[in-house]
Every structure is written in structure tokens, then in C-alpha cells.
Design a protein around this ligand. Structure first.
Ligand code: ADP
Ligand code: ZN
Length: 529
């Protein structure tokens, strides 16, 4: 379906250029479009920002009648209508905020052979609740005017997905009433079991599923360690921006609003043309920063994740994370704002031990799940697997090792790591944590680090085995014990704050077993330092 010639092929090419002003298709777009034009039902799984909407907008323009688009968010609907208007494609919408007159006009035009619109956007609740809409659709269907159905965010059908919406459960009516109309379900994230569920709920008998790779081949992934005592990441970042990314556009993501302001001020002091951006700024300031950055008057935006929605700058050459993201999904999305023009771009994370626990607090408050945060920590701590493979596996993608082409620091630096036995270290650390437990103390990760390095009270020092390892090594080992489940973190509330402490993990009892051993992989250079 990618290379075949169809009766509509010339028209597609022409409209791609003339109407959508795009020079060529991106991966999977043409295949998806040809399948849909051939009348096949289709699920398209493609990361955000890669161009799913074209896969129903272009067929809509090249078909008789109109395409029904079901989409959950009115704001996204309005963005699309505005975009379509700007390229002179007629589209209309029906949602809770449509006026009576507008709704009446749209409903009347649906069966009109001379009706001007090519796309009709509706919310799922309209399908579920408006009998009038369904009867007009029925009429349009009988008149051969309903050319295609697109269900955006199709994972919302399934209760096992991450964003179930009850109204989606009722969308099966579409395929039952209009069996001859091809349906296209779109999503950025759905596992095969979620898709199976969606297929049942939507009553699509045999859909073809196309899954775009999550691999962004033009992005270079790198992790840099952030020293927790003498954090000089700012010097490092400013040097990168002034040298490697001279005159190039980028984003520095930070943890908090306060960090956005301080990191931005620090970078400015070092001569970087940066501005901060966070949710608590007034709307005018926000849009001014966005505008100046979009037009290259500001080189770098130092932002919290509030800077994201609606950002569509193609030539972002670097996305630097001053602090890790709260999950791999978040990291993939945030770093994915680099290189939308398909040209090379860099995604660099600064990974610091203390940041794990700063993020933990946020994760707890937002109820994201500690486990998801650990996937991000694992991505950063990893020294022996290709970074893209970590991402791919996380998204359930089959990964072949040829796919990186030295476009991540691990692949580029080859086998520069060693495997070390940390069984005795683990026993020592677990003993510290165990002892704290029996004394009814709650030791923060920092306290455990210091205790092990011999900095705690003398009374404790006498009872434990201290270490001469460097701070970075100590932190790496504790992180590894967390990831491997020998330690876990828990939090405690005081009236003023939430703080994290380390406790024994589910695998800690295994250490009592004499023959049990644990290893971890460490960057060779990290150990020498
Ligand atoms: P998604 O729905 O997958 O998140 P969109 O459909 O919103 O993505 O598209 C994201 C951006 O990619 C839009 O700015 C769009 O114009 C652009 N885009 C889509 N297809 C192409 C293409 N073939 N070539 C260049 N840009 C494209
Ligand atoms: Zn790699």
C-alpha cells in the first residue's frame, strides 16, 4: 500500500502539496491513507506530533461527501478547525458549546449534496446523546455522503487504557449503523490488548493495525551525571548552548517554577539569551515568551512542563533536561519536541541523585506512581543498553540492535562499562536502613548516603560498616538497589512538608541467603573519577 498506484494517487499528491503545503509524506502516512481510501478499517498508532491528522484530513479532501471526526477535547477541535480554515478546507463542528442556529445549519447541510464541508468534528457525547445527529447521519449514510469515520484518541474506549472516557464506550453504534463506512482509529499510545478492547467496543470486525515506530532516528540521546555536591550543570549547559548550539533554538526543562527563574537568570548571567516560562506567569508574558522564541528573538526557553501544549516549532535543535522527567512517557514527549523538521537534534538529561527524590514528591502529589518514575531513573542509570532500546521496550516495541546508528551516548561510547559485584555493599546499606527501622528512625536518602560514608552520629558509626567509596559511587549503588528492589522509598508527612525515606525493598530478605549475589553495571569513567 505504500508504493502501489491507485486511482486516487495523483489527487493525493496534488492536494498534499497544493492544499496542505507539504512536500512529502512522513513514515506510514501514505500507507494509512491508501488503506483507508481502499475502504479498510484501520487503527493507527503513532506518537504525538508525527502527523496523524493528515491521515484523515487528506482523504476527506479527496473524497465525496464528508468525514465524521470524533474527538474528545473541544480545544483541540477548535485548533483543527482554525488550521483547516487557514488552508481553505471547509470543516464544521458540533459540541456542547455550539449555538442552536449553528447546530441546525450543520444538521441540515449534512444531507445536502452541495454541502460545502469536508469534515464534521463532533464530541463523543454528541454521538452518545443526540438522537437527531444520529438520524441525520443515517440519512447522509443512505445518500452515500458519509465517506469516512475517524475516532481520535481511540484508546479512550478501553477501561484498560490510561484515559478511559465513558462516552467512548457507546461509539460502537457508528460501525453497527454504518457498516460500509471505513473507520480510522487514532492514538499515540495503546498496547495491543487495549487495541483489542477498542476493536470490540467499536464493533470493527477486522481492523488493520499500523504502528509507527517510536524511534526518532534524527534525535541523539545522552545522559550526563549531575554531581550532587558541586552541581555545575549550569556551567555545562551554558557552554553547550554557547558553543555546540550557537544561534540554534532550544528548550531547557526544569523541575519547578522557582528553578525556571533561577536557571534562566543563571544562564543569562553567563551570556545566554534565555527566558523563563511557567504556569504561574500571566498569560501575556507567557504568549510573549512563546512568540519571541518562535521567531528566534529568544534562543532558549527555560521552562517547566507547562511549556508544551501547542508548541509546534520545527527547528528545535536541543532539548536539555536540567532535572529528569517523571516517567519515560513524559521524557519521550518532552524531548520529542526536538527535531520536528527531521533534521538532527540533541536530547540531553542531567541526572542527579537528589533529583530522584525531588521528583518523588511531585509524583506522589500528582499520583503518577513511583514505578513510572523508576523507569526514568532506569533510563538514566543505564550504561549498557542503547537508550533508544530502553525507550522502545518501554513502549512495547520490538527492537533490533541495528536501529541506533550511534545516535545515543551508550552506543557511541561502546562497551565502556564494567560489571561489579555489589553484594557486600548492598548488605552494608541494607543494614543501615534496617538499623534505622529498629530505632524508629526514618532516614532520607541523603542521610543514608552520609551514614554509609561515615558522617552520621558516632553511636551509629559504631554499629555499621562504613565505606570509602566516592559520593557518586555511593549514590549510584543506592540508586541501583532502589531499581533492583532491595530498597524502596516511602514518604512521611509532617505538618510542613512531605519527606522521603528509604526502607527495605521486597528483595532485601534475599540478602540473608549466603549464596545470593547482586551486580550492577557502572560506567568505567564514572568509577575512575
Ligand atoms: P498528531 O496528531 O500525530 O499529534 P498532527 O497531525 O497534529 O500530529 O501533526 C503534527 C505536525 O506535523 C503538524 O504541524 C503538521 O503540519 C506536521 N506534519 C504532518 N504531516 C507532515 C508531513 N508529511 N510533512 C511535514 N510536516 C507534517
Ligand atoms: Zn543507541
Amino acid at each position: 500500500y505504500e508504493n502501489d498506484d491507485f486511482s486516487w494517487s495523483t489527487e493525493l499528491e496534488q492536494n498534499l502539496k497544493d492544499v496542505f503545503q507539504l512536500s512529502k509524506f512522513r513514515a506510514l502516512q501514505l500507507k494509512a491513507i491508501n488503506l483507508s481510501m481502499s475502504g479498510k478499517d484501520l487503527f493507527l498508532v503513532m506518537p504525538t506530533g508525527r502527523g496523524k491528522s493528515l491521515c484523515y484530513q487528506l482523504p476527506a479532501v479527496c473524497s465525496e461527501g464528508f468525514t465524521l471526526v470524533v474527538t474528545p477535547l473541544v480545544s483541540l477541535m477548535e485548533d483543527q478547525l482554525m488550521y483547516l480554515k487557514s488552508i481553505d478546507v471547509e470543516a464544521v463542528s458540533l459540541n456542547a458549546s455550539s449555538s442552536k442556529e449553528h447546530a441546525k445549519m450543520v444538521l441540515a447541510e449534512m444531507t445536502d449534496a452541495k454541502a460545502p464541508f469536508k469534515l464534521l468534528y463532533v464530541t463523543p457525547e454528541k454521538i452518545a446523546k443526540s438522537k437527531l445527529l444520529m438520524s441525520r447521519l443515517e440519512k447522509a449514510y443512505n445518500a452515500g455522503r458519509l465517506s469516512r469515520i475517524a475516532v481520535d484518541e481511540v484508546h479512550c474506549c478501553s477501561q484498560w487504557g490510561h484515559d478511559f472516557r465513558p462516552d467512548y464506550k457507546l461509539l460502537g453504534i457508528l460501525k453497527r449503523q454504518f457498516p460500509k463506512v471505513p473507520l480510522l482509529g487514532l492514538t499515540a499510545t495503546a498496547t495491543s490488548s487495549v487495541l483489542k478492547d477498542c476493536q470490540k467496543i467499536l464493533c470493527v470486525p477486522e481492523p488493520i493495525t499500523l504502528t509507527a515506530s517510536f524511534n526518532r532516528t534524527n534525535l541523539y540521546y545522552e545522559v550526563r551525571l549531575k554531581d550532587s555536591i558541586s552541581d555545575d550543570s549550569i556551567s555545562d549547559i551554558s557552554a553547550l548552548i554557547k558553543e555546540r548550539y550557537k544561534d540554534q533554538s532550544g528548550i531547557v526543562y526544569v523541575f519547578s517554577q522557582k528553578d525556571a527563574e533561577t536557571v534562566s537568570a543563571d544562564l543569562q548571567k553567563k551570556g545566554v539569551n534565555a527566558s523563563s516560562y511557567h504556569a504561574n506567569m500571566n498569560p501575556e508574558d507567557k504568549s510573549q515568551v512563546h512568540r519571541k522564541w518562535a521567531t528566534n528573538k529568544i534562543q532558549v526557553v527555560v521552562a517547566t512542563v507547562a511549556f508544551g501544549m501547542g508548541i509546534d516549532k520545527a527547528d528545535v535543535r536541543f532539548v536539555i533536561h536540567h532535572t529528569i522527567s517523571k516517567s519515560i512517557e513524559n521524557y519521550y514527549q518532552e524531548s520529542g519536541r526536538a527535531g520536528r523538521d527531521d533534521k538532527p537534534a540533541d536530547c540531553i538529561v542531567y541526572f542527579g541523585f537528589n533529583d530522584i527524590f525531588r521528583i518523588s514528591t511531585m509524583v506522589v502529589m500528582e499520583n503518577v506512581g513511583q514505578q513510572k518514575l523508576l523507569t526514568m531513573v532506569d533510563y538514566c542509570q543505564n550504561v549498557d543498553r542503547c537508550r533508544r532500546s530502553v525507550i522502545a521496550v518501554h513502549f512495547d516495541e520490538v527492537w533490533d540492535d541495528e536501529g541506533c546508528n550511534e545516535m545515543c551516548d551508550v552506543c557511541r561510547h561502546g562497551n565502556d562499562y564494567i560489571t561489579v559485584d555489589i553484594t557486600q555493599h548492598a548488605k552494608d546499606v541494607v543494614q543501615i536502613v534496617e538499623l534505622a527501622g529498629t530505632l524508629d528512625e526514618k532516614l532520607t536518602p541523603l542521610k543514608v548516603t552520609e551514614a554509609w560514608m561515615g558522617k552520621g552520629p558516632a553511636k551509629r558509626r559504631k554499629m555499621i560498616q562504613t565505606t570509602t567509596l566516592s559520593r557518586l559511587e555511593v549514590e549510584a549503588i543506592i540508586t541501583s538497589l532502589l531499581l533492583q528492589g532491595y530498597l524502596s522509598e516511602d514518604f512521611s508527612f509532617t505538618p510542613y512538608t512531605t519527606y522521603f525515606y528509604l526502607k527495605l525493598g521486597r528483595k532485601a530478605p534475599l540478602l540473608k541467603n549466603q549464596s545470593h549475589s547482586i551486580t550492577m553495571k557502572m560506567r568505567r569513567t564514572g568509577l575512575d573519577a
